[in-house]
Write a protein that binds this ligand. Structure first.
Ligand SMILES: [Zn+2]
Length: 394
């Protein structure tokens, strides 16, 4: 972290006059191409600390820019949407249901897109913990591990949330998952040797990383009472969330035991709080229903979840400024090995389809981006590079 931050600060200081060459590259002193497929050991788990972040695929900026242009090129705010288990076929099925495949989903029309390799540290099919850790820290780890260097010495890996806080930004973790301590948000807001260490992850949120916004379902340790004891304003229903209002003085924790408020409503409340920070923010928004539907081989459930995710993306587009906010939509992995084979899709009908598994698959997942910094998305790349996209901020 120190080295990368230092590079950016030194670069900014060097921009005293008109033009400068900025060349920031990823894997160990060479300039990686977007599809170079760096092995996990090259891109994710480089050895010494000084090189730690510089090695994990910092965006391949190789451009001549002036100061104004550099400032424009880096976002102040980043919103990362994750459809857990949402592959390309899950999106295609949703388009068919929504409009007969006549038009893209909102985020599919973003100007920059690519595909993400999701394998875990050993090259196997990932779980949500390893995939989220790759995005949150730039390191491939074993399944079940939450932002610790495993394989390796088990040290805690700096997360996007911690890096944002070090830059004076606010952060938020929003999910439909029960519990809120589920693997995807956990990797951004905590460290644990296993995703099932609910107490450690809840403690990581409430006592250590302390995001300004936390929303999701309850668990034994992640309760409204625990959040209130830690100084959070709490809400457990849509009405209570509305009553707290925008820009609450205290950090905000919503513990919702059910589908309401919707992901779009949660996103709106989170953004109203985070937009008050002039230093910017990082916000994670996850829909878990795409994964649950994949495990259940229930395409209708998946479509509901993708549509809810799209509505949350629409909310973020409406509330944020495209000039300073990078919005990324992707998945941690694909679930279900879904194949859609409906030659004549009809709006409102679940298309013909088949599932190949009730588990996760190793399929690449799509990524879409819009806003400053989005142009760094292109081609196919390792999930560790998403960390670089999320931390290339001003
Ligand atoms: Zn899953």
């Amino acid at each position: 972290m120190a080295r990368y931050t230092g590079i950016m600060r030194r670069t900014a200081r060097a921009l005293s006059s008109a033009v400068v060459l900025v060349a920031i590259c990823g894997c160990r002193g060479r300039v990686p191409q977007p599809a170079d497929g760096c092995a996990p050991t090259q891109c994710g788990d480089a050895g010494d600390d000084d090189n730690e972040v510089a090695n994990v695929g910092v965006p391949d900026l190789d451009v001549v820019v002036g100061e104004d242009e550099l400032n424009r090129a880096l976002p102040s705010n980043v919103v990362l949407f994750i459809g857990d288990g949402m592959g390309a076929e899950q999106q295609r099925a949703t388009r068919m249901f929504k409009n007969g495949d006549a038009a893209p989903l909102t985020f599919e029309a973003f100007p920059h897109a690519g595909c993400v390799h999701t394998a875990n540290a050993s090259g196997g099919v990932t779980d949500s913990a390893a995939a989220a850790t790759a995005m949150a820290t730039g390191h491939k780890v074993d399944n079940h591990v939450i932002s610790q260097r495993t394989p390796g010495d088990g040290r805690e890996l700096p997360t996007v949330v911690e890096i944002a806080h070090a830059r004076g930004k606010s952060t938020g973790l929003v999910t439909t998952a029960t519990p809120l301590t589920d693997a995807t948000p956990a990797a951004f807001g905590a460290h644990a040797s296993t995703r099932y260490d609910d107490a450690s992850i809840a403690n990581g949120y409430l006592q250590r990383s302390r995001p300004a916004v936390l929303m999701g379902g309850p668990s034994a340790s992640m309760t409204a009472g625990a959040a209130a004891d830690a100084g959070y304003a709490t809400a457990s229903s849509s009405d209570e969330l509305d009553a707290i209002g925008a820009a609450a003085a205290a950090p905000l924790c919503g513990i919702f035991d059910g589908a309401e408020p919707s992901l779009a409503e949660r996103t709106r409340a989170a953004l109203e709080e985070l937009l008050a920070d002039e230093d910017g923010f990082f916000l994670l928004v996850e829909h878990e229903g795409t994964d649950n539907g994949g495990h259940a081989n229930d395409l209708a459930m998946i479509i509901d979840a993708v549509l809810a995710l799209e509505a949350a993306v629409d909310t973020a587009l409406a509330l944020t400024d495209a000039a300073d906010t990078l919005i990324i939509v992707t998945a941690d992995h694909e679930t279900g090995s879904l194949t859609v084979h409906d030659a004549s899709p009809e709006a409102g009908a679940v298309p013909e389809h088949s599932f190949g598994t009730t588990g996760h698959s190793g399929a690449d997942v799509p990524i879409f981006a819009t806003g400053p910094g989005a142009e760094a998305v292109g081609g196919c790349f390792q999930n560790t590079r998403i960390f670089s996209l999320l931390t290339a901020t001003r």
